[in-house]
Design a protein around this ligand. Structure first.
Ligand code: 13P
Length: 236
């Protein structure tokens, strides 16, 4: 399965940062994996013009309407996006998004022709209480609508995001094997499973070597061409 290195710029990036994308493309003209950046919506069109694949960071479940500040999947697609991140833990926390709402957004993304990157992950208290797989199982079941086809799933432990901490390799492998099994009845082994949470050049290769890890969803390290480039190079 071809790997996917996806950068999530979150609420970071202005026009000046497009130079990082140009530098990335110059240094990695034909990577061995798919490369994607999900910038803030303000940069979507300009980033598309660089030639890199781009995605949104969220979308509304409706195609249009009175939803101030929101963006629809169709709008993302029209701007040139081919993917959209859905159910990121920061959306689940900051905007109280539920699994059912994420599932509605996944439907909207599919209708607009976007590949949904559906995020799941446990809080530190869940892991400490031995509930990791229960939490992730419920999230994945609840966040994927009937009829979902074109999806990527990202495992992002909430406590590993932006903290510099990562699970052990055994813990990552355990969750990815669990997700692979859980998805198998509906999707076979065709869904790309990404790991996210403090992925850096220094730890990327060992994470990518794990079974059932098909790439990464990278936050902070995706903002710098040199760091993201090293992560891309590690995903062969
Ligand atoms: P960091 O790589 O900055 O930990 O962020 C991970 C993330 O949330 C990607 O969606």
């Amino acid at each position: 399965m071809r790997g996917l290195a996806a950068g999530n710029w979150k609420m970071n990036g202005t026009g000046a940062d497009l130079a990082e994308v140009e530098a990335l493309l110059a240094a990695h003209p034909s990577p061995a994996c798919d490369v994607l950046i999900c910038p803030p919506a303000t940069l979507l069109s300009r980033m598309v013009a660089t030639g890199i694949a781009v995605g949104g960071q969220d979308c509304h479940a409706n195609p249009s309407g009175a939803h101030t500040g929101d963006i629809s999947a169709q709008m993302l697609a029209e701007a040139g996006a081919t993917y959209v991140i859905l159910g990121h833990s920061e959306r689940r926390a900051d905007h109280h998004e539920t699994d059912a709402q994420v599932a509605e957004k996944v439907k909207a993304a599919q209708e607009a022709g976007l590949t949904a990157i559906v995020c799941v992950g446990e809080m530190e208290a869940d892991r400490d209480a031995g509930r990791t797989l229960d939490v992730i199982g419920a999230q994945i079941d609840g966040s994927l609508p009937d009829g979902a086809t074109d999806i990527v799933v990202a495992y992002e432990p909430v406590w590993a995001i932006g903290t510099g901490r990562t699970p052990t390799l055994e813990q990552i492998a355990e969750v990815h094997a669990f997700l692979r099994d859980r998805l198998a009845p509906r999707f076979g082994d065709q869904v790309r499973l990404l790991y996210g949470g403090s992925v850096k050049p220094a730890n990327a290769a060992e994470i990518f070597a794990l079974p059932n890890v098909n790439g990464a969803l990278v936050g902070g390290a995706s903002l710098k061409a040199s760091d993201f480039g090293a992560i891309i190079a590690a995903l062969t």
